[in-house]
Design a protein. Sequence first.
Length: 309
Amino acid sequence: MNAHQQFIDAASNRHLDWLESEAIHIMREVAAECSNPVLLFSGGKDSVVLLRIAEKAFRPGSFPFPMMHIDTGHNFAEVITFRDKRIAELGERLIVRSVEDSISRGTVRLRNPLTDSRNAAQAVTLLESIEEFKFDACIGGARRDEEKARAKERIFSFRDEFGQWDPKAQRPELWDLYNTRVHPGQNMRVFPISNWTELDVWQYIEREKLELPPIYFAHEREVIPRNGMLIPLTDLTPAKEGEQVETQVVRFRTVGDISCTCPVASDATTVAQIIAETAITQITERGATRTDDQTSEASMEKRKKQGYF
């Protein structure tokens, strides 16, 4: 390794050290200031990073909060398998609440519960879970570089008694001082890796040797080219009349509800190869892979105002 490469690697590690230190501080701030927090864990790459941050913040003790997953029932099987495996390794408590149960209660109504996207419906189930357990803070892996609405978030993002978010009523966070005060029924959404980029996440995953669900790496999958995206062929997302089904080598940049999450063409089978691809891409991961964000520029903001994470 030459001196120039050593300099680059050292600078990268200093940058990751700073981001990690900030995230650990935020995680400990939640534990110190909030009475009943929960960490949202889906099995995706960002929540995997959050688990490592929590380990560094609180091990060798147990986490001072449970973990929770809002399961749409339309998740990729590989991700759910990984989720349960990781939780078992940690020996921590996982709460699972299902959109399917909200549908059964009638609090979520879809035209076709078997095939319609349940992504936005997660907001209802999340708010019901917050009320059930009286959580006053939900820790999640959202990042500002993902999408315009998320760029408006504070680290500690206030939600009113209806679980709604008002981007014009957020609290100042000067000098990294956080106001965690909430009244009964109100809560905070907390984003310890808000200042990270997709590239930072992948570089941290490489440095920490973190395991991920296999669908993040290149594999063959049947897809349907549609409107510039690759729709995964599943029972929930069949081909329309006149569409061609192709087998391509793809990977997922983000994971979520099958009905709205698309892979990208890629032959990257290692984290290092993914880092190289990420370094030159000009399209955000949600812009390239989430069909629910394509309806309008304000689609995410509308969902967030209604309680979406």
